[in-house]
Design a protein around this ligand. Sequence first.
Ligand code: 9MR
Length: 380
Amino acid sequence: MAGAAMLSGCSHGPQTSTHPLPGIDVTGKASLREHAANARLLFGFAVNTAQLRSNRSYRAIVEQQASIIVPENAMKWRALRPSMDRYDFEDADSLLTFAEKNRIKLRGHNLCWHQSLPDWFAASANAADAHRLLVDHIRTVAGRYAGRMHSWDVVNEAINTRDGRADGLRNSPWLRLVGTDYIEIAFRSAREADPAALLTYNEYGLESASPDGAEKRAATLQMLRRLKQRNVPVDAIGIQSHLHAPSTQGAGPELLRFMASCREMGLEIFLSEMDVSDRDLSAAIDTRDRVVAEDYRGFLNTALQERRVTAVLTWGVDDASTSLNAEQPRKDRLAQRPLLFDSRYQAKPSFASVRDAFDARLGAAPARAAAPSTFRLPRL
Ligand code: 9MR
């Protein structure tokens, strides 16, 4: 496993390779993983295995700040399935080795999605074999890492109310080939393969105040309730939380109501893919950084009121590693600044926002103060 050796072999002191927000220490007890732990939260990033392997500064930030990571792409079908009958686990294995060596928890992403399927899938999968393909994949992948994963995004983004179905389900290849039961089949297969991982339904747009957001929340709750009624093993919901600055809207009360409904169903809640797109902000870096930081603060101050939120992850480590420049390029072609560290690994104002929101969850800063007695913290 050459990849694993490379990922875990090089160690580099995080203190010497990152640059704190001017005047603010971000290391050790001042790191986000420590502030998160004090608020009974896990904090971390979606990571890119190539960066983790080759870039010391990137790796140092992850080691220093994260108590949980998720592969941005390395555990998707496209990465794991070069052909129908072959699996390639090199990157995924190396990531787990890295995580375990550094005592960082690993989320798996994802076992069933309409995107990032390998090219052979469209040409080869059909209604006769798709059910078997799905179950075999989940048995093989979740089974390989059984007992070592914090959680798995078992089904990703299965709702799309614009597809016009009464149940709100997305017209995905899995729905077309396997039928509406594909979600239930995926969760049951995942539980059999790994009884320990928290099995998660992960979705975008749930946090939005728009009419689309309201429809998505309603359809998602309807789907989750139905799964729970049928004793399908769903343990958690991932609210992706891809925000767009300036998010003056903030789905505050609706989001809290949605999260309370999830809690009442017994679900744990992860803010699983946070970033703040600055596509619609003017060019000035100071303004962008300030508005993005305000959006992180505003969103987390609301969302962390829900006690079942147990993890917060950003989708990428530093601004150079965001997927947003490809997905939502700015009109002026400037690089987006949606994350907590800039492309030179300097902590940004958004870092301070996230840290302060974690502290505010305890009602006390600096951290380590006792939680107010009225605030029941989740057990991790
Ligand atoms: O950031 C990911 C990008 O590198 C991939 O090309 C893309 C398709 O696999 O997926 C991106 O990650 C998405 C995640 O898997 C699911 N939620 C939305 C994320 C951003 O688009």
